[in-house]
Ligand binder design. Structure first.
Ligand SMILES: O=C[C@H](O)[C@H](O)COP(=O)(O)O
Ligand SMILES: C=C(OP(=O)(O)O)C(=O)O
Length: 352
């Protein structure tokens, strides 16, 4: 067979390649600064201390399900910062800044993937805007936590993260476990969507070890990446298809599983997702229950996650983006600001 008659066998389903900005270029355009670095360093240490049991405070990761508007995110960060400072002797507040969203099937994949919400998927602009936003929030003094989904992304924002998460849909993925082994901040693994906590325990064990995998360098060169291992992996209980898993029996079972694996009995509970049945106000049930368990003496409960926004509920993304409602989630429904304030104030009193 001559080359002209060879069948075409590659890139049959690929429609394009576009150059990606390098991490070094982006960091040169948006360099970190002393106030941001101080926020990150202090909060990482606080989170590590809470997870390792040397800091008795409660970790609270709270904020919108997804970011879609930087001005609203900054307004939320400013309000949360006031509460962070007010409650800092009993709680370490980290803001959920989630620009990279996993989807069950398809849907808008977030500010990092499609910052203009127009289906153009301008990743270069999304990465720029994401780094710019995280830097601005850290500069204010508000620490940032995010879900790490696309394996290239940490190279662009690792220096801005106080805490990271691997989502329920990717906790079992070897790629994500290996990626976490190189992340500079503590990272929580959600239990699987089916409810399996074992997946998250396996993920912690894997991410603690050194790994070698394929990634990119700061210069955007494809590379074989070698890592040291991340000692601060932990479980995030988020419920599963069979129901919530924040009750006492589930918390005990997860703690026992960690202990049997030789790991610290340290848990974060996500009040949202299957723990709220995706009904935003039901996050309060988990919030109250878990804080009561902790106050009653369960020291394995180190942290809580809440999906909260300026305004409550959720909205579908309209074709005409000028119709978007201000401060309302475009992914999962969130509690609004008044509820957020009341939840944190109540917890502060209970944690006396
Ligand atoms: O946290 C947000 C969502 O639960 C997650 O991105 C999955 O969303 P979907 O089931 O609407 O695709
Ligand atoms: C997608 C999220 O959660 P989960 O992975 O638990 O569905 C999230 O926290 O935004």
């Amino acid at each position: 067979m001559t080359s002209t008659t060879l069948p075409h066998t590659e890139n049959l389903n690929v429609t394009g390649f576009q150059p990606l900005v390098t991490p070094r270029t982006l960091k040169a355009e948006l360099p970190t600064c002393e106030p941001a670095q101080r926020t990150v360093q202090a909060s990482r240490q606080a989170v590590q201390g809470i997870l390792r049991g040397t800091d008795p405070r409660l970790l609270v990761i709270i904020g919108p399900c997804s970011i879609h508007d930087e001005e609203q995110a900054i307004e939320y960060a400013g309000r949360l910062l006031t509460l962070r400072e007010r409650y800092r002797d009993r709680m370490e507040l980290v803001m959920r800044v989630y620009p990279d969203k996993p989807r069950t099937t398809v849907g808008w994949r977030g500010y990092l993937n499609d910052p203009d919400m127009d289906g153009q998927n301008d990743f270069n602009r999304g990465l720029r805007k994401t780094r710019e936003l995280m830097l601005a929030i850290n500069r204010m003094g508000m620490p940032v936590g995010t879900e790490l989904l696309d394996p290239f992304v940490p190279q662009y924002i690792d220096d801005q993260l106080s805490w990271g998460a691997i989502g329920a849909r990717t906790t079992e993925s070897q790629t994500h476990r290996a990626m976490v082994s190189g992340v500079s901040a503590p990272v929580g693994f959600k239990n699987g969507t089916g409810g399996s906590v074992k997946l998250a325990v396996d993920a912690i064990l894997s991410a603690r070890k050194p790994h070698t995998f394929l990634g990119i360098t700061d210069d955007g060169q494809a590379a074989v990446v070698s890592t040291r291992g991340n000692p601060d992996g932990h479980i995030i209980l988020r419920g599963g298809t069979s129901g919530p898993n924040y009750g006492q029996e589930h918390v005990k079972a997860a703690g026992d599983m960690l202990e049997a694996a030789g790991l610290t009995r340290a848990l974060v509970v996500d009040c949202s997702h299957h723990n709220s049945g995706y009904v935003h106000d039901r996050q309060l049930d988990a919030w109250h229950d878990v804080i009561r368990q902790r106050v009653a003496g369960d020291t394995s409960l180190r942290g809580l996650m809440v999906e909260s926004n300026l305004n409550s509920g959720k909205q579908a993304i309209p074709t005409d983006l000028s119709q978007l409602q201000y401060g309302v989630s475009v992914t999962d429904a969130c509690v609004g600001w008044d509820t957020t304030e009341a939840m944190l104030g109540w917890a502060y009193e209970q944690l006396k």
